[in-house]
Design a protein around this ligand. Sequence first.
Ligand SMILES: NC(=O)c1ccc[n+]([C@@H]2O[C@H](COP(=O)([O-])OP(=O)(O)OC[C@H]3O[C@@H](n4cnc5c(N)ncnc54)[C@H](O)[C@@H]3O)[C@@H](O)[C@H]2O)c1
Length: 364
Amino acid sequence: MTEQAIQPLRVGVVGLGFAGTTHTRAYQQVPGVEVIGLAGLEADRLAQMGEEFSIPHLYAQWEDLLARDDLDVVSVCTPNFLHAPIAIAALQGGRHVLCEKPLARTAADAEAMVEAAKAAGRVLHTAFNHRARGDVATLKGFVDAGLLGRVYYAKAYWMRRNGIPGLGSWFTSKELAGGGPLIDLGVHALDQALYLMGEPEITTVSATTYAEYGPRGRGMRRVGNPKMQTGSGYEVEDLATAYMRTADGATLLLEASWMVQGSYDDDFGVTLYGSEGGAEIDVRRYGWEDTLRVFTDQAGVPVETRPASVRGRGHQAVVEQFVDAVRSDDWSAHTGQEGLNRARIVEACYASAQKGREVSLAAE
Ligand SMILES: NC(=O)c1ccc[n+]([C@@H]2O[C@H](COP(=O)([O-])OP(=O)(O)OC[C@H]3O[C@@H](n4cnc5c(N)ncnc54)[C@H](O)[C@@H]3O)[C@@H](O)[C@H]2O)c1
């Protein structure tokens, strides 16, 4: 155990929405970690969170929080366009960074963040909390134990009906968010699939995007916190589909939508087809029971099992893994590479959709 491990970690959180609140709450459950500062533009919410979580130092702007000289860790829970500037400033100031997904709105921003982490010798970690689900952990154990054999085909989706986060919020601005449901929800589904498949290299993508409902002001989400408004119109897709090839010959299909007319509410899942068996995770409205099915055969007879899973700990697990990485002896193993890989894939999907053809990600 290093000297570092016994010092309290002092954390600053930027952002007061769902993400900022969730990170703050999670840090407060970890022994030896103190959230000492918070930044966000909504004055009432800032004061309320300061009181609720007993956080002494409150700022409107992230720059003022980062100007403190006593922070060890910064959590970036802001609109996507601010991920890179805040994370890079924090890393250059010697802080470790936990960044919300997507790591960045462009691959270039994500590359700059990973470079900053390497140059500073600090931890950069992306919050892929849906990978920490119990059903994903159970299935990952089966895959790693060889139960499915070689996974050669996978499908991942996150589909909402009437789930556009808010017209005129930063979510619907291409400039501020980097895209629509693909970069927002699809990146979670992509992360789950790649994690379960053992991080195969994606070599080509062929994607299409549609904006059928958003531009007509339809499909808006009716529940949830109001998102930070920016006054932009509807500039992003409301559905994205992608076909991807991996270097080892597997196929991955991805679908992400904020609005389709279908049987969905707010649902996601992953299907894996392997040389020895298959598996499906199907999650309706963030449920966690009875979500996993595994398909094999025994003596030639098809067998379907429904393994029991626990709920999983979501952001609490993410924050604890991040704190463990910060307290470990090897920060060089945590430089944000997985977040960068996903940013490159998402960007390639948007490029493919724009060009109307397949795009290669493999080094030429
Ligand atoms: N992992 C998940 O399950 C999950 C869920 C929701 C959101 N997110 C991610 O978290 C991020 C934030 O999403 P949200 O839904 O919480 O958004 P939100 O709009 O509710 O909150 C954004 C926050 O950023 C703050 N902010 C903006 N500009 C700022 C500045 N200059 N200085 C200080 N603070 C500033 C705002 O004041 C606001 O409090 C996004 O990247 C989103 O993709 C992840």
